[in-house]
Design a protein around this ligand. Structure first.
Ligand code: CDT
Length: 345
């Protein structure tokens, strides 16, 4: 057995007028709930761009207004030390919980003094920068259009898909003579759990999941902000069918979200924690659908509201082994020689 209690900390909407400190206070309340739950959550996962409204939906021409959405980072001053958000990490440390959170990163490399901006996720032990940026660089014309300007505001992630081990998060336990006994990790040959991170649009790309699958990932963490109604982004239906209503569109967007996370969790024999910022941000709807998925592709638990909500489950990461040693034993069954087109194009 490899038990791990995780919590997806869904956030309800964050309005333009909401301050960073009010958002951090909401996040700290969720951390308190995670600490008080039985069993206590060991890892709490927050959504993409968790500290602010989903600002890429707006065309922001004023540089200082735009810059205010970002957290400054340097090698000496990582995210958990950023003055805005330090209270969250301090709280997590006090409660003995690992946190994972999405944020807009303004990275300055001291060697070049150049600032680069990314849509990032991370914690004190690992960082990931979103690779697949949806939307456009130039704003779509028209008033009241929900924009998707991630390509304008962020650089593409430059770290690839590095799986990482989370030290001490899981203690292997063997059932022996009816009694649970902790065993040496080496004896089981498993060690600390293997984690990977994705951000929102990344979850629609099988290449991203497979990159982690090939590194033996057991748990993928994925935060998102998914617009419920974005006809410009989804393209028009090429058939002559009547266009989908707002409600039908939202239902289809939710369906595709679940299709991606359940099928890719199954095909890579891993659990995934998928957590959204949801509800209506200044009249712009985001889908809900926060859920924890198992290696067979089943939804273990999902959110019931469009507000701040903790979705907690105790997972047994040993359940990844069946898929990894049978149908999806990637080392044994993959046929890489036939996949050249995947990297040639
Ligand atoms: N934030 C983000 O990446 N959103 C995109 C919007 C797609 S619109 C259906 C996503 O893939 O969820």
């Amino acid at each position: 057995k490899r038990p791990l209690t995780v919590a997806a900390a869904q956030l309800g909407p964050i309005q333009l007028k909401d301050t960073r400190s009010s958002v951090i206070a909401r996040m700290c309340t969720l951390l308190d709930q995670a600490a008080a739950s039985i069993p206590k959550a060991q890892l709490v996962v927050f959504p993409e761009l968790a500290f602010t409204t989903f600002f890429p939906r707006y065309f922001i021409s004023d540089e200082s207004e735009l810059r205010a959405y970002f957290e400054a980072e340097t090698p000496d001053a990582p995210i958990e030390k950023s003055p805005h958000v330090k209270p969250l990490f301090d709280k997590a440390q006090k409660l003995g919980i690992d946190v994972h959170v999405g944020y807009a990163e303004a990275w300055t490399d001291p060697a070049t003094a150049e600032e680069k901006r990314f849509n990032s996720e991370g914690s004190s032990i690992a960082k990931y920068r979103k690779v697949h940026l949806p939307g456009v660089k130039e704003p779509w014309p028209g008033k009241n259009v929900t924009q998707q300007l991630e390509k304008r505001y962020f650089s593409h992630g430059d770290m690839g898909f590095p799986a990482f081990r989370a030290p001490g998060l899981v203690k292997d336990v063997l059932k022996q003579e009816g009694e649970e006994k902790e065993v040496q990790k080496e004896q089981e040959g498993l060690g600390d759990p293997v984690l990977g991170m994705l951000i929102c649009n990344d979850r629609r790309w099988p290449e991203a999941w497979r990159a982690y699958g090939l590194q033996g990932v057991e748990l993928v963490l994925c935060g998102y902000n998914t617009t419920a109604y974005a006809p410009q982004l989804l393209g028009s239906d090429l058939s002559n069918a009547k266009p989908l209503s707002r409600e039908e569109t939202a239902a289809e967007v939710l369906f595709h979200h679940k299709l991606c996370i359940t099928s890719n969790s199954y095909m890579n024999s891993c659990f995934s924690v998928n957590v959204g910022k949801v509800g209506s941000e200044d009249g712009h709807d985001l889908i809900a659908g926060t859920c924890i998925v198992d290696p067979k592709g089943y939804v273990v638990k999902e959110s019931q509201t469009k507000d701040d909500e903790l979705v907690i489950a105790t997972l047994d990461l040993a359940a990844c082994r069946a898929g990894k040693t049978k149908t999806f034993d990637l080392g044994r069954h993959r046929q890489s020689a036939s996949y050249g087109v995947l990297v040639e194009r």
